[in-house]
Design a protein around this ligand. Sequence first.
Ligand SMILES: Cc1cc2nc3c(=O)[nH]c(=O)nc-3n(C[C@H](O)[C@H](O)[C@H](O)COP(=O)(O)O)c2cc1C
Ligand code: SF4
Ligand code: SF4
Length: 248
Amino acid sequence: MGRIVGAYFSPTGGTRRALEEICGLLDAPWDRLELAGPEKGSCALGREDLLVLALPVYAGQRPAVPGLLDGLAGEETPCLLVATYGNRHYDDALAQMRRELGERGFRCVGAAAVVTPHIFAPTLGVGRPDQEDLTVLREWVRGARDKLARPDWTQAEVPGNPAPPPRPAVPVKKDRDWDICLGCGFCARVCPTGAMDPKTLLWADSKCISCMACVAHCPVGALGYNSSALAARLTELYSTRRPVETFL
Ligand SMILES: Cc1cc2nc3c(=O)[nH]c(=O)nc-3n(C[C@H](O)[C@H](O)[C@H](O)COP(=O)(O)O)c2cc1C
Ligand code: SF4
Ligand code: SF4
C-alpha cells in the first residue's frame, strides 16, 4: 500500500472523529486532509494509494458546498467512502459520493454509513460511533484490505440515487450575541460557503447551508441556534438505534 489520505468535511467534529477511528483501524500511517475552511488542502493520488473520504449527510445528500471535492484527484485510486449521519438516514449520500469520486478517478473498494451525533437533536447518535460500531467497522476495514489484495477486485455497490436533485436543508435560525462577540472574524473564515461576510459578520441565508461551523468554532460562544422544534420532531421519529451499514 502506498500513501493513505483521510479526507473530510466536518463542521462540528463528528465526522472527523469517525474518520479518525476508521483510519486508526487501518494500522498504517495516514495523512489528514480537510476539504473546506482555512486549512483546506488537496491531493493527487495514484493506483497504489488509498483515499478514505468521510462526509456528513445533509438532507440525505453530501453537503452542497461548492467545490468541496475539487481538491481530490485520483488515477484508478481505491477509496473507502464514509457517510456520517444523525440516525435518521443517509438516503442518497453514498451513491452520490461514489459517482462523484468515480468522476475524479477513484474506485470504490468499500463504503460505510456511520451514525454520529446529530447536531440538531442532542439525543440522536450520542456517543457514536461506539464499541459496537467499531466492531463492525473493524471487520469492514479487514474485508476491504483483503479485497484490495486481489488484483481483480470490483467496485462496491451502494444503495441510493447517484444523481439526486438538490434538496434544500431545513433552515435553522442562528443568532449572534453582539455583547460578547470579539469581532475576530473567525466565524467567517471557517464558513465553507462564503455565506458570512468577513467585514459585516452578517450571513446571507441564500448561501448558508446550516452546517454550524461558525457556531462550533466561535471562541467565546457568541453564536447560537435554536433547533428545539426540529429536535422534537427528529427525536420522536428517529430514536431507534440504526446500525452501522457497510458495503464491499
Ligand atoms: C444541515 C444538516 C442536515 C442534516 N441532515 C441529516 C439527514 O438527512 N439525516 C441524518 O441522519 N442526519 C442529518 N444531519 C445530521 C448530520 O449528518 C450529523 O450531525 C453529522 O454528524 C454532522 O457532521 P459533523 O459533526 O462532522 O459536522 C444533518 C445535519 C445538518 C447540519
Ligand atoms: S467567531 Fe465569534 S467572536 Fe469571532 S467574530 Fe465570529 S461570532 Fe464574533
Ligand atoms: S454561515 Fe451558514 S454555511 Fe457559514 S458556517 Fe455558519 S452555518 Fe455554516
